[in-house]
Design a protein around this ligand. Structure first.
Ligand code: HEC
Length: 144
């Protein structure tokens, strides 16, 4: 093969692989963030405190629980969850508050056994329960 042909073949291959990465790469990741999986994981790991309908404990901002700890707040957009960045929600869901507040003694202890994709899937599920207007505001405020 002539050198010129070789170079243009190589450039062509590079271009093809670049296009493939651009097309397939992001969709592979998106496939791992799965709202339905998030819903299932939420039911298993979060609903016990934040309730099946994500409304939190009905007394969440009125009283402490029997051990004197704060009760689980709503995650459905009626509380202040939507004021926090995706990164913050990820950190709190995965590691609880102990990373942010070193002497934290409350009940949000995190879920370190879940994979990062599992945590992002739960967050996508939580966001999917927010009113559309709020979600739009959130996404435009925290766009990456
Ligand atoms: C044992 C009870 C319990 C479980 C289980 C639990 N949480 Fe929490 N969560 C809390 C409490 C209590 C708070 C409030 C923390 C505080 O003020 O001490 C909280 C706070 C949060 C916050 C911050 C909300 C905000 O508006 O600032 C998020 C996000 C959150 N939890 C997500 C989750 C997710 C997602 C799961 C499941 C993967 C989960 N939690 C499981 C009790 C729990």
């Amino acid at each position: 093969m002539k050198l010129k042909n070789y170079i243009s073949t190589m450039q062509c291959l590079k271009l093809i692989s670049l296009i493939t990465i651009l097309c397939i790469g992001p969709s592979i990741h998106a496939a791992e963030i799965d709202i339905f999986k998030g819903m299932k994981l939420y039911a298993e790991n979060c609903a016990g405190c934040h309730m099946g309908n994500l409304a939190g404990h009905e007394e969440w901002n009125k009283s402490l629980d029997e051990d004197g700890h704060r009760r689980a707040p709503p995650l459905n957009g009626t509380g202040h969850t939507w004021h926090h960045s995706p990164k913050y929600l990820f950190q709190v869901t995965k590691y609880g508050f102990k990373k942010i507040v070193p002497d934290y003694e409350g009940k949000m202890l995190g879920n370190e056994t879940l994979s990062d994709d599992d945590v992002w899937s739960i967050i996508e599920f939580i966001k999917s329960t927010w009113p559309e207007k709020l979600l739009k505001k959130y996404n435009s405020h925290f766009k990456s």
